[in-house]
Design a protein around this ligand. Structure first.
Ligand code: SME
Length: 160
């Protein structure tokens, strides 16, 4: 039984510190990437408010393929360069999108989504996956979220 829960009403930076610590503890010594992605997706859903989807797309044979997540069923395959996820995977840069309806080529897996944060996970400089967070609120994500998820991506890059 694991009981990693965010402290109530703590500042965002502290929430991310606790989230990163929990992710490091949960994945330590576990070699199975699916198990680790599944637990990290569950942590994202537990720690971060106002999300309707949180999880992974993995790079498989040159395209993104759906990985473990929490939320509604989603698009399974996304070509590099397509949508928010494929754009972030193609150039290895985070995408923080305040209004997905204004993002050219956004892939609407869930019509409730209004804003999105996509952070590439890199190993030895190569993108191996992306972490995708979706919110029903416009402009849900800011630079603190970006930094928090980029830190998480570094922590888990050797474990997924
Ligand atoms: N909206 C994403 C697709 C993935 S889902 O949101 C889970 C995109 O445009 O890449």
């Amino acid at each position: 039984m694991f009981d990693f829960k965010p402290d109530a009403d703590c500042p965002k930076a502290e929430t991310y510190r606790q989230l990163q610590q929990a992710a490091a503890a949960l994945t330590e010594g576990e070699p199975d990437p699916v198990a680790n992605m599944a637990n990290v997706a569950a942590l994202l859903g537990d720690f971060l408010p106002d999300l309707n989807w949180a999880g992974f797309y993995r790079v498989v044979d040159g395209e993104l393929v759906l990985g473990p997540f929490v939320g509604r069923p989603a698009c399974i395959r996304i070509p590099f360069g397509k949508g928010v996820c494929g754009t972030a995977a193609a150039d290895g840069e985070t995408r923080l999108v305040e209004d997905v309806h204004a993002f050219p080529g956004h892939i609407a897996c869930d019509s409730e989504t209004n804003s999105e944060l996509v952070v590439p996970v890199k190993r030895n400089g190569t993108v191996i996956a992306v972490i995708d967070l979706d919110s029903p609120s416009l402009a849900r994500f800011d630079n603190e979220d970006r930094e928090g998820i980029e830190g998480l991506a570094e922590i888990i890059s050797g474990r997924i």
